[in-house]
Ligand binder design. Sequence first.
Ligand code: G6Q
Length: 548
Amino acid sequence: MFEKTVNKTKAWKKLEHHYKHFRKLQMKDLFAVDPDRAKKFSVNFDAMYLDYSKNRINDRTMKLLLNLARECDLENKIKAMFKGDKINVTEKRPVLHIALRNRANTPIYVDGKNVMPQINEVLAKMKKFSDAVRFGEFRGQTGKKLTNIVNIGIGGSDLGPVMACEALRKYWAKDINCYFISNIDGTACAEVLNKIDPETTLFIVASKTFTTIETLTNARTCRKWLVDALGEHAVAKHFVALSTNTKEVEKFGINPENMFEFWDFVGGRYSMWSAIGLIIAIAVGFENFERMLEGAYAMDQHFYNTDFEHNIPVILAMLGIWYNNFFGLHRYAVIPYDQYLQYVPMYLQQLDMESNGKFVAMNGEYVKYATGPVLFGGAGTNVQHSFFQLIHQGPEVVPIDFVIPAISHNEVGEHHEILVANVLAQGEALMRGKTVKEAAAELKKAGKSREEINYLKRFKSFEGNRPSNTIVFKKIDPYTLGMLIAMYEHKVFVQGVVWNVDSFDQYGVELGKQMALSILPELQGTAYGIGHDASTTSLIELIKKLRK
Ligand code: G6Q
């Protein structure tokens, strides 16, 4: 079914060869000889500007990388996703988050049925409901306006909504507050319930399967809290469900009329554009939610229609492969210089690592090359004062994406210019570095003794030649957020195609879940010693003793 192992392709071999000659080249020298480099290695699309010139590439590198994409049949794989083929092979499902934001409303077929009417129907229901909550037409049991919106969900049913709500906080209705309960740790529930009033609270139970133990346990706790305060009748006015599983929603005690549906062709970590985004729509208003869909749609069109040379997700994906598979750099950081984007790295961690952290290829064989990197990040400038030491001087280079809006939502004094100065300085410093000689000269100028200079000069040097992309927007708004997230979704897709893994399953999270189910009765004292290793058995005993 899936023909060639990527590391046996012609393009891969050529890249290996190219790498040998290229790896020592310094970016600063490449800049020095080519005044057009910044222009050549940048793309401006719609509201987004990508500068990828601070990468260890030249024309030939890009040509070979894009040839690799071609040799992996990327063009047809993109088409297959957009037309609803079952590209999630292990689960035999299509992958149609793009249909959720298909603003042109062109038909997309799954098993001969156009999925657009059902998507539009749910969007219309979301609009009606989010408006009704925002404008106080849908009220709580005691007639009060619902102003505390609590999303109960985990993983893909949590991270997108959390990230987007935070990113768009400036657009929240003045009287609405959003809360998120995901962790099974009772603290997550307790801390939220302590802050809110049942009369003004709407719980959104977000679960694709409606069988996830964390979400159902949290939802039951919240349901009991509400019923204790307002009685059983209140559930209909204070609980809605987002799910693909009507039967389980009913079983839980939520009327299917209060359920917003989505479908198996939407993966959890790709679901913020579906009913899972309901809390976003309530917080920022449906028009803004639609703007987010429009931004994502614009990126989808760009990805679908643009030749690889100017295709932002393709370029970013292939650069990632250059570092991961040829330089052997298996870590990667995303650093938004925007406080509102602080959860973007956390969101991308799931998107990227759950999609491509795989060791079996589509043909069922173990891969013989690195796949998804470890992704981490945080908001700048904060992280400059934490892990940037390693980014600048750790022995392993970490390629970075910087994201920066030109205009802040809170233009206070000179804050934003200082912020921008910092992100640009980081990119430049990582690229240029500081030679030992330069460091020595600085120490000399500072009046240090010869002995001190000799000792300190290496500590004070920076090898440089460390790559980064810079993604610039005029402003982070619903539209540009949609573009940014869709860009990363497609980047991850492209890498999955090249690595030939199924980016849309997640069997890796199953084993721990299964084992937890077997340990639970032991902790509760209803089962004993079910063949664990000695460490696990003694930890179970220790914790049982401590809990007595
Ligand atoms: C995402 C994963 C996973 C999922 C959660 C929650 O792609 O499938 O993170 O979203 O396990 O699942 P439910 O939505 O079914 O509760």
